[in-house]
Design a protein around this ligand. Structure first.
Ligand code: PMP
Length: 308
């Protein structure tokens, strides 16, 4: 799969991919001052549709609000621009990357009162983030030596560019040591999340996931899975989880827009359950991917058709 397309929506205009450039003195480049989203468009039985489009654009606005960053476009306007970007690029399935950043506003950490942000929306083809066969075979993960940010330091509810320095440390350590992904603990030593995914475990048929107070991003896939699991009669518990509860779980999987629902077959070299995708994970995957082929009813209106 390629990770390019023809046009990027840039402050209200369609700009050719190669010409969508910023200045090297851009604030975000120096200080990490950007907020962004990762969204998927699926080629569904009803036609191309953006999954939980409004929730993603709302989270983008929420991330900006935490940092008091202005956005000149409402969630509705951003959604319309995303649909236009997909159409312009002839994409039926895509990964979508909206980004709001403080651009070339002059040096200094504090931009002048009344500054404006720059906004882009890129959309391009992107397959399974952790590999196609990972969705079935699972991945080998490790608990990182790096913790997630402490409360009241870097806010983990914001999907901000700077936060991804943590993901870079966690994900890079794992890959360097021969694992496919890293799992971070919070500052209290409880399970938080993967470098770019939320995490779930299954024990005795009950589905567990860390509370968001364990420094995890409020994942939209996480929320979808909690909703779908409840609908299919799986008991769910959001609670603090110890590192060792991962080792003793029957099943572990990671969730995210990019990673979708990826089973974890081992952690720190310890086999989890049967060492491949388990029964509950399979059921949840079917419910999730069923949304895109019609086998699961879209009863919450999660599909935003690109061409209604
Ligand atoms: N945690 C982190 C750190 C992430 O980057 C992501 C991907 N956005 C997630 C969790 C999963 O969030 P979502 O399901 O909304 O993509």
């Amino acid at each position: 799969t390629t990770s390019k397309s023809d046009y990027i929506w840039f402050n209200g205009e369609m700009v050719e991919w190669a010409n969508a450039k910023v200045h090297v003195m851009s604030h975000a480049l120096h200080y990490g001052s950007s907020v962004f989203e990762g969204i998927r468009c699926y080629d569904t039985h009803k036609g191309p549709a953006v999954f939980r489009h409004r929730e993603h654009m709302q989270r983008l606005h929420d991330s900006a609000k935490i940092y008091r960053m202005p956005i000149a476009y409402s969630a509705d306007e951003l959604m319309a621009s995303t649909r236009a970007t997909l159409v312009k690029n002839n994409l039926t399935s895509a990964y979508i990357r909206p980004l709001v950043f403080i651009g070339d506003v002059g040096m200094g950490v504090n931009p002048k009162e009344g500054y404006k942000t720059d906004v882009i929306i890129a959309a391009f083809p992107w397959g399974a983030y952790l590999g196609e066969d990972a969705l079935e075979q699972g991945i080998n993960a490790m608990v990182s030596s790096w913790n997630r940010a402490a409360p009241n330091t870097i806010p983990t509810a914001a999907k901000a560019g700077g936060n991804y320095l943590s993901s870079l440390l966690v994900g890079n350590e794992a890959r360097r040591l021969g694992f496919q992904e890293g799992i971070a603990l919070d500052v209290n030593g409880y399970v938080s999340e993967g470098a770019g995914e939320n995490i779930f475990l299954v024990k005795n048929g009950i589905l567990f996931t860390p509370t968001l107070t364990s420094a995890a991003l409020p994942g939209i896939t996480r929320d979808a899975i909690l909703t779908l699991a409840k609908d299919i009669g799986i008991e769910i518990r959001e609670q603090t989880l110890s590192r060792e509860s991962l080792y003793l779980a029957d099943e572990v999987f990671m969730t995210g827009t990019a990673a979708e629902i990826t089973p974890v077959r081992s952690i720190d070299g310890i086999q989890i359950g049967i060492g491949r995708r388990g029964a509950v994970t399979t059921k949840i995957q079917q419910a999730f991917f069923g949304l895109f082929n019609g086998q699961t009813e879209d009863k919450y209106g999660w599909l935003d058709l690109v061409k209604p």
